[in-house]
Structures are given as C-alpha cells and as structure tokens.
Design a protein around this ligand. Structure first.
Ligand SMILES: [Zn+2]
Length: 330
C-alpha cells in the first residue's frame, strides 16, 4: 500500500478514496427508477453532482501523488469520524505530519465565486447570471479543526492544525474577497504544503507517534450509509438488460439469462442485480426473495443459482440467508 517513497521519511497512503455509498445508491436508482417517476430527474441531477464531486476529489488526490516531500507523512482520504452524540466530521483529505496536520476540503464549482466574510456567505454567479448559495467551506474546515484539536488533547498530543479549501475546477474564478481566506486552486497545493513546513519547523510528534495517531484516526473512521427517501416497490425488480437501457428484464431459461426484448444473453446481469438488491433491501437474500426478485418459479433453480455464487450462507432450510458481498462487481 506504499504510496510514494520519500527519501527523508515514511510516506503512506493510509486510506484511499472510494466511490461513496451515495453515488452507489444513485447509480442503482438510475437503473431501477422508472424514467416516468416524478423524482427521476431530481435523482439524475443529484447523481451528476455527486459524480462531479468525486471527479474533483480524484483530481486533487492525483496532485498529492506528484508532491515530493522529505518529511514523513500520512494521507487519509474521505475520513468520516462520528462524535459521541451523533454528529459527523467528514474530511475530504487529512494530511498528517510530525509538524502539523492539514485538513483539506475539496470544491468542484464552476463560475465566479464570492465570499462575504461578515455573514459567512459563499455564493456562485454563473455566466447567465444565476446566483447559487453554497455551504461555507471555511466554517466546515474550522469545525473539523476544533474537533481534531479536542481529539489530540484527549490523546495527549499537541499538534498545530491547518486548514485549506482546494478548488479542483480550473473554471472557478475567485473574486478578491477570497484573498484573506485559506483557499487555492489545486495546482498550488504542492507550494502551499511546502510553505506550511516552512511555517511549522518544530517537530511535535516522533515518527512512531505520528504512525500511532494516524492509525488511531483510521480506526475511528465509520463510513456512513446514505439512505434513499423512496420506497423499494417504486424500483424495478429483476436482472435488467444494459443493452436496452435497463428498461427490460432478462429471464432465466435453460441455464442462461436472456433479454425479453433484444434476446441477447448476459449472465453478468444477475450480479449487477444482486448488487442493486443489496442497496435496495439489505445484505442478505433468502431463496424466496431471490425468486420473487428475479421472477423465477422453481425453488430448485434458485437454489442452484445461489449455490453457484458461493456466498456465505447463514441458517438452515427455509431460513437460510445468503450474504451478498459488498465487492460483488470488483
Ligand atoms: Zn435487451
């Protein structure tokens, strides 16, 4: 899992970024919600934004790979820390070094942006004059910083905490109101990290303590499950044909999955459907649920299909549940 080898110290990608549960659920919705549904466009737009956000985050992750540092450091992408009481701190990237910690918030916004410091308002004006408000990223990172400060105190460490908002979108134009704010375009990231090492020359943690503290934070990471506010029965069941824009189901006959519309055979469609079932209903599936979902009459045929998948099975006979793995499509 080594990320890059810096000569001066150990450098590790401790946690890589993955497709969010929100994006996975919305991709399932794109396949399964009928296009005539009142909320179809709403979810499509949400998916578009989520994908754009992920692409922006990946753009910034790539920049880190090109940063050469002599200092030992760890990178944790998309860390979600749950506080007692339920509130969540989601940090796009956490950079940990022996001298300081950097909390990175990534924005992928196109257009001219303005910041009104007095009322903490962050707005974007598009080329056609539309004005949109955004969640204030400076308040967001400061909130995370206060949380980390308490966390470090409790574990007996003192470590300076820095914050930065990184724009992944070259077409985001910042007005002069941003001059006094910690925000940069992604191309300036390497230089900013160097500046921070200049500012923080004092070493606060040994390499060992740095590793321990970073692993401690990694252990605290609890991914949140994004939930959908529509009913399961509004979504299409079955194995859906990718060649027919997921509008038609494949039927299981003579040991093959065949599209009821274009007649093509696609045995992989069942795996994608089970992946969707997991997001729609839950991790486990019973023989009866399997038959209902795929519209298969024969209990025996369903049994053989499930058996061939070699999923972990819990319980006996009618109560047997098969555990659908999270990485079914990988
Ligand atoms: Zn088809």
């Amino acid at each position: 899992m080594h990320y890059s080898l810096a000569k001066g110290g150990e450098s590790m990608l401790l946690k890589k970024r993955e497709v969010s549960s929100k994006q996975r659920v919305l991709e399932m919705v794109e396949r399964r919600l009928p296009k005539s549904h009142a909320k179809y466009d709403y979810f499509q737009e949400m998916l578009r934004r989520t994908r754009a956000g992920y692409a922006g985050e990946q753009r910034v992750d790539k920049e880190w790979q090109e940063i050469y540092l002599q200092h030992a450091h760890y990178l944790l992408h998309d860390v979600q820390l749950k506080v007692e009481g339920g509130s969540i701190h989601q940090m796009d990237t956490l950079f940990m070094s022996q001298n300081f910690v950097l909390i990175v918030e990534i924005k992928n916004i196109a257009g001219r942006v303005d910041y009104m410091e007095d009322n903490h308002q962050f707005i974007r004006v598009t080329s056609d004059g539309r004005v949109d408000g955004f969640r204030n990223p400076f308040d967001q990172v400061k909130r995370h910083a206060r949380f980390l400060h308490r966390l470090f105190q409790m574990s007996g460490h003192h470590l300076p905490i820095e914050t930065i908002v990184v724009s992944a979108n070259p077409s985001m134009i910042m007005s002069p109101t941003f001059l006094s704010q910690p925000i940069i375009h992604v191309s300036g990231l390497a230089e900013r990290v160097e500046q921070l090492f200049q500012q923080h020359q004092q070493v606060y943690l040994s390499e060992n303590d740095l590793r321990e503290l970073s692993t401690h934070i990694l252990k605290m990471h609890t991914p949140t499950q994004w939930t959908l506010d529509i009913k399961v029965d509004e979504l299409k069941k079955g194995a859906l044909c990718s060649k027919c824009h997921f509008d038609h189901v494949l039927r299981y006959t003579h040991g093959k999955w065949r599209c009821s519309n274009c007649q093509s055979i696609d045995n992989q469609s069942m795996l994608l459907a089970l992946h969707d079932f997991r997001l729609m209903v839950g991790n486990n599936i019973k023989n009866a649920q399997f038959r209902d979902f795929f519209d298969i009459d024969s209990e025996k045929a369903a049994y053989h299909l499930l058996k061939k998948l070699k999923f972990e099975a819990i319980g006996e006979n009618k109560n047997r549940e098969y555990v659908i793995p999270t990485n079914l499509l990988e």
